[in-house]
Write a protein that binds this ligand. Structure first.
Ligand code: ADP
Length: 191
């Protein structure tokens, strides 16, 4: 990805299934921004207390401090005007207003990096992610490794019987699957 730096801001989306390295890639980009001495603010959704409520954490245990918020408007309320880069992890959990918040901040000249699951456990587009992908200047789709066959995996297989769209957890509750081995749950008309 080649990014030309000018006065305008932009939106980058990092998407893919669980275990595909979204958080690792987000942390990599943030570490480089810190080396460049950019002013950075990092947010994640409060619902993701998977490892830590104050940090974004990858499955490989890399982490960076973040602020947990419960709504997209909370991000806007906490933005420092001087901030150059705004990062948002677990973006799929946010309300639809996240799209407008990211647009507004990018229009102010900031670099926005959003990481999140593009598909839920049913293989259905997740929360604000499809709209964010359409609005973004740069989209990176990551793939994991299918736990059945070892091929590239674009889906997140839920291993428990829960039917809630949001069921926070990691190893043991979910695994990455390729399209051949992903088994979507039978439709029950739930959202
Ligand atoms: P994500 O944010 O997309 O859930 P993370 O960045 O937190 O992913 O974690 C990626 C790491 O997860 C990999 O570097 C690897 O160490 C580990 N991992 C565990 N299971 C898998 C898998 N099936 N495919 C790829 N990486 C996996």
């Amino acid at each position: 990805m080649q990014i030309i730096k000018g006065k305008t801001g932009w939106i980058e989306v990092i998407c893919g299934p669980m275990f595909s390295g979204k958080s690792e890639e987000l942390i990599r980009r943030l570490r480089r921004a810190e080396i460049a001495r950019q002013r950075v603010q990092i947010f994640k959704h409060v619902i993701d207390a998977r490892y830590d409520s104050d940090n974004i954490v990858s499955h490989s245990c890399q982490s960076l401090p973040s602020v947990a918020v419960s709504a997209a408007a909370d991000i806007l309320a906490r933005i420092d005007d001087r901030t150059e880069l705004v990062a948002i992890d677990e973006a799929q959990f946010f309300d639809a207003e996240l799209v407008a918040v990211c647009d507004r901040l990018a229009n102010q000249g900031k670099r926005i990096i959003v990481a999140g699951l593009d598909l839920d456990y049913r293989g259905v587009p997740f929360g604000p992610m499809p709209h964010l992908i359409c609005r973004a200047e740069y989209v990176t789709k990551q793939l994991a490794i299918c736990m059945v066959c070892g091929d590239p995996a674009g889906f997140t297989q839920r291993l428990t019987p829960s039917r809630d769209q949001i069921q926070v957890g990691a190893t043991g509750m979910y695994e990455a699957r390729c399209r051949h081995h992903f088994e979507a749950p039978a439709s029950q008309g739930e959202e």
